[in-house]
Design a protein around this ligand. Structure first.
Ligand code: PEP
Length: 255
């Protein structure tokens, strides 16, 4: 069975001290759950997040695909792994937009994260013009195939896919539950073609883009939406707790 994952992408927010306080607040606010609660703080707060322990699975927002070398300013997977990081966001649209990430680097990072034994959270998403022109299905299939090039059938169940329409990230505009489900079902179908239906059914596909306490239940109710990658709302303990609670209510029983 695929995992349900509620993942907070903190982006470039929270100093280490602030992170410690936020983690404490989150711990006190979150309901008990059998689902996976993940946090992706900035690099400098990763140690605090790992030290916070249960219930958090801790991930990084980026990594380099090489293990070491002359890549000034970069962070490698062995460094992340050694401090207890278990997942890495790969190809977030902000990295594609502002830091020159391409389908090729996203693929290299995806392969490197899997090789290191961590979970890649591979982000794909269409822009507003691509949505409005109707080209979005082809764009998304292309991004997915490119990201997974060279990923084996044995490895693919360890990949998490995050569908994040660019027009919904940080804008307050959310894809409707139907729009998000249509895409997530299509992506699962594409995984079935690339691998097989059984493998496709094991991949967690998250929705991301202005998910909040008000819209989480309707999105998470959808069959092919296995959780959320949550930006702004993950920094607000009450909001994030309400999203986890919504997952508890629509995706199955509590612990
Ligand atoms: C994100 O950063 O992945 C994201 C979905 O942000 P927000 O929830 O703020 O739209």
């Amino acid at each position: 069975m695929r995992r349900i994952i509620l993942a907070g992408n903190w982006k470039m927010n929270q100093t280490p001290k602030q992170a410690k306080a936020l983690l404490e607040e989150l711990k006190n606010s979150l309901p008990a759950t059998r689902h996976t609660v993940a946090v992706f703080p900035p690099y400098l707060a990763l140690t605090q997040a790992v030290a916070a322990g249960e219930p958090f699975l801790v991930g990084a927002q980026n990594c380099h695909f090489e293990d070491k070398g002359a890549f000034t300013g970069e962070i490698s997977l062995p460094m992340l792994s050694e401090i207890g990081v278990k997942a890495v966001i790969v190809g977030h649209s902000e990295r594609r937009q502002y830091f020159g990430e391409t389908d090729e680097t996203v693929n290299k990072k995806t392969l490197a994260v899997l090789r290191a034994g961590l979970t890649p959270v591979v982000c794909i998403g269409e822009t507003l013009p691509q949505r409005e022109s109707g080209a979005y299905a082809d764009v998304l299939k292309g991004q997915l195939c490119a990201a997974l090039s060279g990923v084996s059938a044995q490895q693919v169940p360890y990949v998490v896919v995050a569908y994040e329409p660019v027009w919904a990230i940080g804008t307050g505009v959310t894809a409707s539950a139907q729009q998000a489900e249509e895409v997530c079902a299509m992506l699962r179908g594409q995984l079935g073609l690339l691998y097989d239906a059984d493998r496709a059914s094991q991949v967690s596909i998250l929705y991301g883009g202005s998910m909040n306490a008000g819209n989480a239940a309707s999105l998470l109710e959808m069959e092919n939406i296995d959780g959320g990658l949550i930006g702004g709302a993950s920094l607000k303990p009450a909001e994030f707790a309400a999203i986890v609670q919504a997952a508890n209510e629509v995706k199955g029983a509590l612990v």
